[in-house]
Design a protein around this ligand. Structure first.
Ligand code: NDP
Ligand code: MG
Length: 382
């Protein structure tokens, strides 16, 4: 299978962990990909450096810098709160890699579904909150929503072998995060430093905190529900500390297909970028003899209550996942600013879920209303 033409890519959240790894693939495969739009929030120097290397047609920063360097003035620049979307629209890029963190990336996903041929989705919070609205729009416009999250990429890859057969169960693996083996009391007082020391993946701050609380796995159950139209009770989570098995699909005859690889996000990013072709980005081969064994265990709901809270929110539906997500984003921000101990994150999510009245989500405006209400509860509690 030979890709004949170069694809143009908008990298939304270009300075982040996912964005820079995607650009590394562009760097390694210049005949296959061209980054025509790069965006960031505040990191102007980092974006300037990327713009210098990749020469996009357009670029955006949420916060306007004092000056644009002379050698970057031929690029069309956008600034302000809606700069990402305006840049995306102006870029004409075929594909959008949505790698902004949090619900802040929802507008970009929504716009990408209007104008792009394919949406490469890292920004799981857009799907957790936008949920059915996002998947319905993707289906209506016939735009593939290609997962970048490693578990969902694994499932997507396993499903290529489905041949029309029904799926019995999706099994998401979880590293267990930095606090996997800690006791409850110690988890409560974990510091920012403790939490950011992820055992297997090197990621942005917010998702690393989410991994430590295991709310990330809950968000991923919701993400899997939307991506693969699978009910919550047919999505299981298993702890797998080595992060080698990226996730699995079980069929009705009991056969389980798994996707394996070293923990390197360029694998799932590249799979989405090149789909249906695989991109040889220089991955290290798996050395099974060196690995020796792979371990699996059940998650512990006492020490990590956020996973169960997220699954319950999915089962409840409506605005519940939006409230959970908004409260989590606000609580994680407070934790990273050392305003609250780590153990208050589940408490604040629970408080928002208790306090915010449920609504139907019929339009994106309903999502933002529920998000705002959840954040308000957290803010008041701080
Ligand atoms: P990072 O924090 O590393 O990067 C986020 C990027 O988005 C940065 O470029 C940042 O710009 C930009 N950004 C943040 N907020 C805004 C905003 N309000 N408006 C415009 N741009 C903004 O995050 P990650 O790369 O780790 O994660 C991105 C997404 O991918 C998340 O949803 C995460 O859950 C998901 N994901 C990440 C994985 C990983 O390995 N990192 C794995 C699986 C999923 P600036 O640098 O200027 O702040
Ligand atoms: Mg993941």
């Amino acid at each position: 299978m030979q890709q004949t033409s170069q694809r143009t890519l908008a990298v939304l959240g270009a300075t982040g962990s996912i964005g820079t790894q995607a650009l590394d693939i562009v760097r390694r495969c210049p005949d296959r990909f061209r980054a025509t739009c790069l965006t960031a929030q505040f990191s102007s120097e980092a974006l300037f450096a990327l713009a210098r290397e990749f020469r996009p047609r357009v670029a955006a920063l949420r916060a306007e810098p004092k000056v644009i360097p002379d050698d970057l003035r031929d690029i069309e620049w956008f600034f302000g709160p809606d700069a990402t979307v305006r840049a995306l629209l102006a870029s004409g890029a075929q594909d959008a890699l949505c790698a902004i963190v949090g619900i802040a990336g929802l507008d970009a996903v929504w716009a990408a579904l209007d104008v792009c041929e394919r949406v490469l989705l890292a920004n799981k919070e857009a799907l957790v909150t936008g949920g059915d609205l996002v998947t319905q729009k993707a289906a209506a416009r016939n735009v593939p929503l290609l997962p970048v999250d490693s578990e969902h990429s694994a499932i997507f890859q396993c499903l290529q072998a489905r041949q029309g057969n029904p799926v019995r169960r999706l099994i998401l693996t979880a590293s267990g995060g930095a606090l996997r083996d800690w006791d409850r009391a110690r988890i409560y007082h974990a510091t920012v430093r403790d939490v950011l020391a992820h055992p297997t993946w090197n990621m942005g701050g917010k998702i690393t905190v989410d991994c430590a609380s295991m709310v990330n796995k809950g968000l991923e159950v919701i993400e899997a529900h939307h991506l693969f139209a699978m009910p919550a009770d047919r999505i299981d989570v298993v702890i797998h500390p080595q992060s080698i098995v990226h996730s699995m699909v079980e069929f009705e005859d009991g056969a389980v297909l798994a996707q394996l690889g070293n923990p390197d996000m360029r694998g799932p990013i590249g799979y989405a970028m090149g789909w249906p072709e695989r991109v040889p980005y220089g991955a290290k081969p798996l050395d099974f003899a060196a690995l020796g064994h792979l371990d699996f265990a059940a998650p512990d709901p006492d020490r990590f209550p956020c996973l169960g809270m997220a699954v319950a929110a999915l089962k409840e539906g409506g605005s519940a996942p939006v409230i959970l997500n908004g409260a989590n984003e606000a609580a994680v921000a407070a934790f990273l600013q050392e305003q609250i101990p780590f153990g208050r994150i589940p408490e604040l999510i629970g408080r928002a879920l208790d306090a915010v009245p449920r609504t139907d989500i019929r339009a994106i405006a309903d999502v933002y209303d529920a998000d705002r209400a959840a954040r308000e509860v957290v803010r008041a509690a701080l």
